[in-house]
Design a protein around this ligand. Structure first.
Ligand SMILES: *Cc1c(COP(=O)(O)O)cnc(C)c1O
Length: 410
């Protein structure tokens, strides 16, 4: 990074400090991951410089011979990996991808049905502060008050009553499997389009560690930077019949020039996901999460749904007399990065909720396995028990650093 160091020593220093933070700490935010050097090289490539409004073979700018190579590779790999009929790799990120789907397939004011943010859904699934909840009429399903699982009969009744034009499955904080087939059946039965947002699950789906929404789901969106382990960005995949509307909604409907350096990096991460090792990676993410969940429960933590089937855990901290915000801050001091999170039917407010969310995709990327996950659960427990003791937290930070030494990221 010599050029960066010379031109902008402050940014250079921030990059070095962030690299140390990553190497010496534990990243447990379930939506984060560490990309390969190959992905970063594509992301930092000269494709950053190119304008390429339009699609491969139909551009509004000259000089796109190699840009088309890049974008076509990304599209073909996405279709092959997921078994999709059509793929659009241009959305800037997950939120714009979802917005593009609604813009393509709904009229303003139409009814859209998605999972409640406070119970695991995403802002873009119809939350009132989000565009999706303002431009459309949102109807929200949640989880059962007792089991905290999705009640498919309740989803069906709500869909029958409200007659949404689109039904979105997928979440940001749901520790169990999604029954995408059941969601599709419900959508079919009420005459709605089925949409799955697999932002969190894409890597698990490809790695056979979670059931796939393909080939039956009408439209599938995903980010590329979570379990898929690529650049920040997103893709929309859909059945042929929706392809033209989706493409038009992304460009020129919503976006201008695509970020082709990021699309190049997407192509690279998709190639990496085709390697047999990626399956092992996806399965290890889930194994690690299950072991960490068991260990935490053994240490007296209450987990929403009493465990996990995927890459994430939602911890209800109420019996530990600590709030989500306090736990996040204490764990930060101990070198463990997590995020505070609402639990279903949370009596507290979003900025200081009752829970934290933990995930294993990033630590699995750096090679950590079951044994390390048991140790991490122990460190989390110790930090929570000593949350007001800065000296103790500093000591735990030392243990975290020691554990991380054997698993360098960059
Ligand atoms: C992360 C996420 C998104 C949004 O992705 P951004 O890239 O942050 O805009 C959308 N949907 C779900 C389910 C997500 O988890």
């Amino acid at each position: 990074m010599e050029s960066l160091k010379q031109t902008d020593p402050e940014i250079h220093e921030a990059v070095l400090n962030e690299t140390n933070r990553i190497n010496e700490g534990l990243e447990l935010i379930p939506s984060e991951n560490f990309v390969s050097r190959a992905v970063m090289q594509a992301l930092g490539s000269i494709f950053n410089n190119k304008y390429s409004e339009g699609y491969p073979g139909k551009r509004y700018y000259g000089g796109n011979k190699y840009t088309d190579v890049v974008e076509n590779l990304a599209i073909e790999r996405a279709k092959k990996l997921f078994g999709a009929e059509h793929a659009n790799v241009q959305p800037y990120s997950g939120s714009p991808a979802n917005t593009a789907v609604y813009f393509a397939l709904l009229n303003f004011g139409d009814t859209l049905m998605g999972m409640n943010l406070a119970q695991g859904g995403h802002l873009t699934h119809g939350h009132p502060v989000n565009f999706s909840g303002r431009a459309y009429r949102p109807v929200q399903y949640g989880v059962d008050p007792q089991t905290h699982l999705i009640d498919y009969d309740a989803v069906r009744s709500l869909a029958e009553k409200e007659k949404p034009k689109i039904i979105i499955s997928g979440a940001t904080a749901y520790p169990r499997k999604f029954d995408f087939e059941e969601f599709h059946k419900i959508a079919q039965d009420v005459g709605a389009i089925s949409m799955a947002d697999i932002a969190h699950l894409a890597g698990l789906v490809i790695g056979d560690a979670h059931p796939s929404p393909f080939p039956f789901t009408d439209v599938v969106t995903t980010t590329t930077h979570k379990t898929l382990r690529g650049p920040r960005g997103a893709m929309i995949m859909c059945k042929k019949q929706f392809a033209e509307a989706i493409d038009k909604a992304v460009f020129p409907g919503l976006q201008g020039g695509p970020h082709e350096h990021r699309i190049a990096a997407t192509a690279v991460c998709l190639k990496e996901a085709m390697e047999p090792g990626f399956r092992d990676y996806a399965k290890q993410i889930v194994k690690n999460a299950k072991v960490m969940a068991e260990e935490l429960m053994g240490l007296g933590f209450k987990l929403i749904t009493d465990g996990t089937d995927n890459h994430l855990m939602l911890v209800d901290l109420r019996n530990k007399n600590i709030t989500g915000r306090e736990a996040e801050a204490a764990l930060d001091k101990a070198g463990i990065t997590v995020n505070k999170n609402m639990i279903p039917y949370d009596p507290r407010k979003p900025f200081d909720p009752s829970g934290i969310r933990l995930g294993t995709p990033a630590i699995t990327t750096r090679g950590m396995k079951e044994q390390e996950c048991r140790e991490i659960a122990g460190l989390i427990s110790k930090a929570v028990d000593n949350c007001k003791d800065d000296a103790a937290l500093e000591g735990i930070k030392g243990d975290v650093k020691e554990l991380c030494k054997g698993f360098p990221v960059y």
